[in-house]
Design a protein around this ligand. Structure first.
Ligand SMILES: Cc1ncc(COP(=O)(O)O)c(C=O)c1O
Length: 464
């Protein structure tokens, strides 16, 4: 296709251009270029509008990111104003006002002494940079052998070479080379995998396993424990109560840096700016963030780091080192201006309070689906939840058939007006944080119908 720049493209032409020329982050390669993805043309609050004008509830809020909803003029204006004021500066040798103000604001939101902020371009680069900081830290401290990273199965941390290797979802791996010599995986804290153990016994097992892995590798070699407070892309897996504090205590015993990956849970998803301390009871050494920091309007990510750690490798302790790691767009002025406008909206509209207020209702309505025969498990925290569907609800194993059912549910829901993020047999809901009780009712009503339709297809032998 070769149309003059500036000429109007209709929806069919755009779909055709996407089919022919876009390589998307998730492609079944045998079908490359054959199937069209829904083309979204507009967003409005919790809804997106497709090219045919159909209005759908955006169940996952983009990719768990459009916290304040679509179509907010305050953010659009802040972006336009900053683009005109100062569209760019080099973060390598200058600084801009929005990034300075945003760093100070984030430092005030984070727990403990996490008072210094490094900006990146998104979540993967945030986690990658945090891991690279720890690499730098241990080298400066003269212990180059302390490099090992411990992560969990079912965790997700991004798509750079290093963060993809830290992601415990095997589906992301085939046909990529994965750095494996200094990364190891321990169990997902998924209560469904606890067998006959109760929650307390399962937690003891997980902590013991962590200790054993540290002993196996050698405490002098383990640098980092990297963990999402709840495993979002793994299917909203919420660890047993007390998990985070116990893992932090083990980290402290062995001088291991605890990185809390709050790319999903940060900026209000669980009713707090950051969930680590206030929701999950842990003050980590580093917190990574992205997504909700700008409500997805423009890309931005970063990490906040503890002064205690920094003090060991700066000032009189710098040992002549130079921290050299960053991006052309670290602390981009337009992204930081968008983030400041986003924070202002969250504060002005009382969105954190709203999430705290409405999350019980959200959980209750999700749990109301448990009467459906296909529903094996329901879990929720703040405004993120998951309904897991299995044909054999007594088995912890997910079959390919279960995944096909999940895909059918997604299709039915889309027809009925709800986008469900495709995640195997799991229906994950993480709507914009401004969602009302009535809109939650609509969302859950459609999800119920979608699951019922898939169940009817199984009964009729139409889904095999
Ligand atoms: C917990 C977590 N960390 C990191 C990332 C990677 O973020 P990005 O896709 O912005 O690079 C994601 C993305 O979903 C995530 O869920």
């Amino acid at each position: 296709m070769n149309k003059a720049v500036g000429s109007q493209w209709n929806a069919t032409e755009m779909e055709e251009a996407a089919r022919r020329h876009l390589l998307s982050p998730s492609e079944a390669m045998e079908k490359l270029g054959q199937s069209a993805r829904p083309l979204l043309s507009r967003g409005d609050g919790i809804y997106v509008i497709d090219a045919k004008g159909r209005r759908l509830i955006d169940g996952p809020a983009g990719m768990w990111c459009t916290q304040i909803g679509y179509n907010r003029r305050e953010i659009a204006d802040a972006i336009a104003e900053q683009a005109l004021q100062l569209a760019y500066n080099s973060p390598w040798y200058t600084v801009n006002s929005p990034s300075a103000e945003l760093a100070a604001r984030i430092a005030a939101m984070t727990p403990g002494d996490l008072n210094r902020v490094f900006f990146t371009t998104g979540g993967s680069t945030a986690v990658d940079s945090a891991l690279r900081f720890v690499e730098f830290y241990n080298n400066v401290l003269g212990r180059p052998e302390k490099k090992h990273i411990i992560v969990r199965r079912e965790g997700y941390h991004g798509s750079t070479a290093l963060t993809a290797a830290c992601s415990g979802r095997a589906g992301n791996w085939p046909n990529f080379d994965i750095i494996s010599d200094r990364i190891s995986f321990i169990s997902s804290p998924n209560i469904r995998l606890a067998g006959d153990k109760d929650e307390a016994a399962f937690l003891d097992f997980l902590v013991d396993e962590f200790r054993q892995e540290i002993a196996r590798v050698g405490a002098d070699k383990v640098a980092v424990f990297l963990a999402e407070p709840l495993l979002a892309s793994g299917g909203v897996i919420i660890p047993p109560k007390g998990y985070h504090a116990r893992f932090k205590a083990v980290c402290e015993e062995h001088d291991i840096v605890y990185i809390s990956d709050e790319v999903v849970t940060g900026f209000g998803r669980c009713g707090e700016w950051f969930a680590s301390e206030k929701v999950f009871g842990v003050v980590p050494d580093i917190i990574t963030f992205a997504k909700g920091v700008t409500s997805g309007y423009v890309p931005l990510g970063g990490f906040a780091i503890s002064e205690r750690l920094l003090d060991k490798v700066s000032g009189d302790n710098a040992r002549g080192s130079n921290y050299s790691n960053g991006y052309t767009y670290s602390g981009h002025p337009v992204s930081c201006a968008a983030a400041l406008a986003n924070i202002a909206v969250i504060e002005k509209d009382g969105i954190l309070e709203h999430v705290r207020d409405i999350s019980g209702y959200f959980a209750e309505r999700l749990h109301s689906l448990a009467d459906l025969p296909l529903v094996a498990n329901v879990r929720a925290s703040g405004l993120v939840g998951c309904v897991e569907c299995l044909v054999d609800t007594s088995s912890p194993n997910v079959t390919d058939f279960d995944k096909r059912i999940g895909a059918r549910i997604d299709i039915h829901c889309a027809e009925l007006g709800l986008i469900v993020r495709p995640l195997g047999n799991m229906c994950v809901m993480s709507p914009a944080l401004i969602i009302t009780r009535e809109q939650i009712d609509d969302m859950i009503g459609i999800l119920r119908q979608g699951i019922e339709r898939a169940a009817a297809e199984i009964m009729a032998g139409e889904l095999v």
